[in-house]
Design a binder for this molecule. Structure first.
Ligand code: FMN
Length: 189
């Protein structure tokens, strides 16, 4: 059976190194693992609790796609030491209704690329807190912090750094282990 992973990049720009990391994950995924990149982050409305009674169609679609995925893989940039607003906005939408979030119990892995040497470590720590609160099944290791991102990709946006490629492949493999565990626990329940 195919394992389906929904991949979300926290950057909207076309030449995003984080979206490029997700493309690398897609290429490096083992057989039987399908990674689909979510492309509608920029179209989501700002989170507004008044809309919860009549949720916008693209939010319904986001929630549905997360619900249907076996796991979620996020690549986040770091903006001002934290998570970009567009990504946090999507997670806030996916976090509701309270107590019924599609992210609760969902296997999640995070990685990131940034221009600094720290490779999004601060943003990832903030993101980990969000998933901790939502009781997602967050992969701990490997930590994939791709610093000095301009050195890691070629002009076509291919991840060429061997260490980073191995880490991305390792993160996908670790996510698959968590997905397997969650699925086995469901069968046993
Ligand atoms: C608004 C803004 C804030 C940023 N803040 C940080 C930061 O706190 N730490 C960091 O390492 N890079 C920071 N950067 C630089 C990003 O790491 C760099 O632009 C990166 O390439 C963004 O990811 P992307 O290639 O996926 O778009 C910032 C960039 C922007 C536009």
């Amino acid at each position: 059976m195919t394992i389906k992973i929904l991949a979300i990049s926290g950057s909207l720009r076309k030449a995003s190194s984080n979206t490029a990391l997700l493309r690398a994950a897609k290429q490096l995924a083992p057989e039987g693992v399908e990674i689909e990149i979510y492309e509608a982050l920029g179209q989501l409305p700002h989170y507004d609790q008044d809309l919860e009674g009549d949720v916008p169609a693209n939010v319904v679609e986001l929630r549905q796609r997360i619900a249907e995925a076996d796991g979620v893989l996020i690549a986040t940039p770091e903006y001002n030491y934290s998570v970009p607003g567009v990504l946090k906005n999507a997670l806030d939408w996916a976090s509701r209704p309270y107590g019924e979030s599609v992210l609760t119990g969902k296997p999640v892995a995070i990685m990131g690329a940034s221009g600094s040497a720290f490779g999004t470590v601060r943003a990832q720590n903030h993101l980990r807190a969000v998933f901790h609160f939502l009781d997602s099944k967050l992969v701990g290791k490997p930590e994939v912090q791709v610093g000095n991102n301009w050195e890691r990709f070629d002009n076509d946006g291919n991840l060429v750094d061997e260490t980073a490629r191995n880490l991305v492949a390792g993160l996908v493999a670790a996510l698959v282990v968590v997905i397997d565990d969650v699925q086995k626990a469901k069968v046993a329940a």
